[in-house]
Design a binder for this molecule. Structure first.
Ligand SMILES: [Zn+2]
Length: 400
């Protein structure tokens, strides 16, 4: 009989069923409504019929930018309308006086984990000013915090690629040094040469066998043509399932038939779309994309950094916000919002062994809600958070 490290009793699944969850070696080895026979059982925990959700998946965050764990830094608006270049300039000035990345990233990781995040994809700035310093700091954080959360790193050209000579080589160095994905930034709008920018991004991805996640704020039909080009290149390179476009605002700005046509191409190419439904901005039509077969996922993106002062790392809050801004009211729609911070994000990140099933990693969060829909609308706290079957946070406080 299987020896069990921990047996969790009275766990309420999202379908309302009460089960016991047996964990061995950090993996779920049984999920059963009735008492099973096991070999030796280490610990037993009664979850008190609370709802058990799979550990949540942060699909897009910037661990190197936040001021969590540092002094409050008032937002500095652009001087004459929004400008990425001016924002980057302001950010560099603010970060020059900030606490070390290790301190700020640790504070943000703990904040996220304490609310139920088990996995993250962090974009990390790589440019000629910072070189690989941010990457190295976040790679060290990935290692230091690996027992609480798994972290993917995207080498992100925040200052552009073609307009910032030397960046392409640095991006490739970051990938050689352990970045999991190669990023991009507005190939046309920022770099002025969509083909040249995408040549670099797809070239690095193909040479090193890594995935791609591109920030695309370019709007309207310009943005649509870039999305279609990314889909075309994904098909041509065989990278389907490993490519994501973050933001893709254009999908929320064009006529429905154009969005549908583009969604079809994304689905056929295996390109996922990330949205965090930010601020007052147009954002992709989640259900249109889902119904076309596109994997749509979410996350918090910027959290209390130079770009905006909002966010607390709670992925249920983010699911609520996406649902609220999308006009989601039905149970099916609320479940769709929940999927964006759990199963869909796990698929976008290529996570193996995800979910509360036999063979899955024992990553879960326990809270007071009757079902997924109530979890999204009420974002209940306190929460108990388990990683690989081990308690990592309780009531918003990290376990020691
Ligand atoms: Zn971002």
């Amino acid at each position: 009989m299987t020896a069990i490290d921990t047996l969790f009793q009275n766990a309420r699944l999202t379908d309302g069923q009460l089960v016991e969850i047996a964990v061995s070696g950090g993996k779920i080895v049984a999920v059963s409504p009735s008492r099973q026979s096991y070999g030796a059982v280490g610990d037993t925990h009664d979850l008190g019929r609370r709802l058990v959700l799979p550990g949540m998946v942060e699909g897009h965050i910037h661990l190197d930018k936040c001021f969590i764990g540092d002094d409050w830094k008032p937002h500095r608006p652009c001087t004459a309308g929004f400008s990425v270049r001016e924002r980057v300039k302001f950010e560099k000035e603010a970060l020059a006086g900030a606490k070390p990345i290790a301190v700020r990233a640790a504070a943000l990781i703990d904040l996220c984990v304490s609310q139920g995040t088990a996995h993250m994809r962090s974009h990390v700035d790589v440019d000629t000013a910072v070189g690989l310093r941010h990457f190295e700091a976040i790679a060290a954080a990935r290692q230091a915090h690996r027992e609480k959360v798994s972290i993917q790193i995207v080498a992100f050209p925040q200052s552009g690629i073609l307009t910032s000579p030397g960046t392409a080589a640095l991006l490739e160095d970051a990938v050689r040094s352990g970045a999991d994905l190669i990023g991009g930034l507005d190939p046309a709008g920022h770099d002025g040469d969509a083909a040249g920018h995408l040549d670099v991004v797809f070239g690095i991805a193909e040479r090193h066998g890594v995935g791609i996640d591109i920030h695309l704020h370019d709007g309207g039909l310009q943005g649509i043509s870039e999305i279609e080009e990314i889909a075309r290149r994904t098909r041509a390179s065989g990278l389907g399932g490993k490519v994501a476009i973050s933001h893709a605002y254009a999908l929320g700005q064009v006529a429905t038939d154009v969005a549908q046509r583009t969604a079809q191409q994304l689905a056929e190419s295996g390109v996922a779309i990330f949205t965090n439904a930010p601020g007052s901005h147009a954002f992709p039509p989640v259900l249109l994309l889902r119904d076309a077969g596109v994997n749509v996922f979410s996350g918090n993106d910027n959290i209390r950094d130079s770009w905006w002062p909002y966010g607390d790392g709670d992925l249920l809050e983010r699911a609520m916000m996406v649902g609220y801004r999308s006009g989601f009211n039905t149970d099916d729609q609320l479940a769709a919002a929940f999927d964006m911070v759990t199963a869909n994000a796990a698929r976008a990140l290529g996570l193996k062994d995800y979910g509360l099933t036999v063979g899955g990693a024992a990553d879960f969060v326990v809270l007071d809600a009757r079902h997924v829909q109530e979890a999204v609308v009420a974002r209940p706290k306190p929460r108990d958070v388990y990683k690989a079957g081990r308690l990592v946070a309780r009531g918003g406080v990290m376990a020691t």
